[in-house]
Design a protein around this ligand. Sequence first.
Ligand code: SF4
Length: 271
Amino acid sequence: MKLNIINAKNIVTKSNLPDADYVINPYVGCQHGCIYCYAEFMKRFTGHTEDWGKFVDVKINATEVLGDIEKYRGKSILISSVTDGYHPIEGKYKLTRKILEALIPAQPKIEILTKARMVTRDIDILQKFDDATVGVSIATLDGGLSRELEPLAASPHLRIDTIRKCKEAGLKTYVFLSPIFPYITEIEEIIKQSKDHIDFFMFENLNLRPLNIKKVYDFIEKNRPELLEKYKQIYNKKDNSYWDSLKAKIQKLCSDCGKEARIYFHHGGFN
Ligand code: SF4
């Protein structure tokens, strides 16, 4: 993996995501290297030619460029959107931890989204915020498929265990079923296994874009060739009926277990 130590001009950016005012990405690139990742577009802006997952820029001056933290009081900050604040290199540089520590006095609402169990290292810091939420995203419970999809992320079962530990530590928690792979993501089983450890669920459909479409279709062809035609029906012919009926099913499953369902289907379109 290519590692670069860089000085960032700023570290906090305004968010256009539905649940966050600001986003902090302590790293450029992400070691998890998920094949469906939407963040690969970052390479266009940063000049990286390496494959996604094979480079990381460490924003070594992250806490110095936080600026006046008081402006984040009462605001929500997501860590992270185009990297994972707890991918393996965080164990060495601890940027996410240092950023969180620096933000404590301003008490913004913190939202962590990760696929790593390292977030439990920072439970002590997260407990110092009045409002801190930890989410893990899960695309499948199948360990073999997950290793192909998300090579360096924690196994799906470890992610559920991670969220359990965060919940037991008094943090707010959620599971983000994302991206939902049609006919593969075990929605009912993920809900069943995680419902006792979370406050709410989030759901997002798999979006196919120029950067991930070949990798996703190669993955389907290799692992679930019988689904190829169904994927083409959904994506190439833009048949939304699959998502419409899935949405109704999800709402029922969540209401049956008394959990809020935040569903972000069609967000960003299908291509
Ligand atoms: S963990 Fe998130 S940011 Fe990192 S590669 Fe996977 S989808 Fe992309």
